[in-house]
Design a protein around this ligand. Structure first.
Ligand SMILES: *Cc1c(COP(=O)(O)O)cnc(C)c1O
Length: 410
């Protein structure tokens, strides 16, 4: 008799975005004339930069002729892309990462889940609350948690609350923890971590033989020059951290798909007999066995993000979204709403006025201002009373959204 992975049955139904979808479609059905503006899901809206499109067109043409046609490429990514990443994303910031420590993939979402393949089931995990839900659900699937509890959490995970009270900086775990997920700039709160904060985490990881899984999907949105873009800017991080990066949010690749994971050759974890084992060969084995590489055309597009024109154009996209973030943040703030984030990240995390619950605020914003955002409680219990607005939208929609909130609250 075939058996299922019973851990899947522990997953809570009614996941955040489907529930938002249900409520929005019901509203639109009942109010067909309402012009609903969506500032909810974190997906980009602007087209790919011309330098990237040109590189992808040229790559398509290469595929059309026998002399330049490409079949399977290296599973870890083409050298031209791995070298461009090493040079522009790391060496340019004084960080030494070798091209063969970079594994190109079709997404950070998959990578943050797949990394669990090479880590034992007995690892104890710490996750911030609120959090990008993928870290939680993939650990549930891997059997690293108990059942879901009343408060929407899972047994066996140490949750590290991030709220205005602690400045959105998680405390170090209070119990023995082997794996910790950190995401800076943070989705959903928009918070960033200073060099000192990251150093505290690296020191903690080294002292506790723990591994940091660092999600830097939003590093390009950092505007404050003192904030590190990579955990590897911190001394010692090469021994205790893996970093996830993506072309999704800065270069607009959410639909095109390209990301990468950095596994330094010096990062280790323990074998059953207590010896240090490098993770690099394990991830290399996993990646080359279960993945057959990102399309050549897409990798050419990704590499073009690092050409001189590509860099200028990607910067233009990021600046465009960050101006949206500024408009949202300053607009809400002027109305007396408590806002966080939106300075070094494309998300504004607001405190719901009048202590409304996150979902009550969602429903009222939808029915009274025809705007869609994301309830903070959907990212974790400690997100209750908060609400996320995304800067990924057209300028016209952002301006209209601010005007509507002003009318609504005014
Ligand atoms: C969008 C996002 C990613 C990127 O995911 P891709 O699969 O590369 O598109 C990674 N981490 C977080 C927290 C994100 O919000």
């Amino acid at each position: 008799m075939a058996r299922i992975n019973d851990n899947y049955l522990k997953l809570k139904a009614g996941y955040l975005f489907p529930e938002i979808g249900r409520r929005v479609s019901r509203f639109v059905q009942e109010h067909p004339d309402a012009k609903v503006i969506r500032l909810g899901i974190g997906d980009v809206t602007e087209p790919l930069p011309p330098a990237i499109i040109a590189a992808m067109h040229a790559a398509v043409d290469e595929m059309a002729s026998r002399e330049t046609f490409r079949g399977y490429g290296p599973e870890q990514g083409y050298d031209f892309l791995r070298e461009a990443i090493a040079e522009h994303a790391f060496a340019a910031r004084g960080v030494e990462i070798a091209a063969d420590e970079i594994f190109v993939s079709d997404g950070s979402k998959c990578d943050t889940g797949n990394i669990l393949d090479i880590l034992g089931p007995e690892n104890r995990v710490a996750i911030t609350d609120p959090v990008y839900p993928v870290y939680v659900d993939t650990n549930v699937m891997a059997g690293r948690t108990g059942q879901a509890t009343e408060g929407g959490r899972y047994e066996g995970i140490e949750y590290l609350p991030i709220t205005a009270e602690n400045g959105f900086q998680p405390d170090l775990p209070s119990t023995r923890v082997d794996l910790v997920y950190l995401c800076f700039p943070n989705n959903p709160t928009g918070a960033v971590a200073s060099r000192e904060v990251l150093k505290t985490w690296v020191d903690w990881a080294k002292a506790n033989q723990a591994l940091i899984l660092f999600d830097a999907a939003y590093e390009a949105f950092i505007t404050d020059p003192s904030i590190p873009h990579s955990i590897f800017e911190i001394e010692g991080a090469r021994d205790c951290a893996i970093e996830f990066r993506s072309f999704s949010k800065d270069a607009g690749f959410t639909g095109t798909r390209c990301a990468y994971t950095v596994v330094p050759k010096t990062v280790t974890a323990l074998t059953a007999s207590g010896e240090a084992q490098a993770l690099h060969p394990l991830w290399n084995r996993r990646h080359t066995t279960k993945f057959n590489g990102v399309s050549y055309i897409v990798q050419r597009g990704a590499a073009a993000a690092f050409s001189p024109e590509g860099r200028t154009q990607v910067r233009g996209l990021v600046d465009f979204y960050m101006e949206n973030a500024r408009l949202i943040r300053e607009g809400l703030s002027a109305m007396g709403i408590e806002v966080h984030g939106g300075v070094n990240a494309p998300y504004v995390w607001l405190k719901t006025p009048n202590d409304l619950s996150s979902w009550d605020f969602f429903d009222r914003l939808l029915s009274e201002a025809h705007l869609v955002g994301t309830p903070g409680s959907g990212f974790g219990a400690a997100g209750e009373g908060y609400f996320r607005l995304s800067a990924f939208n057209s300028r016209a929609n952002v301006e209209e959204a601010i005007a509507r909130i002003k009318n609504w609250l005014g």
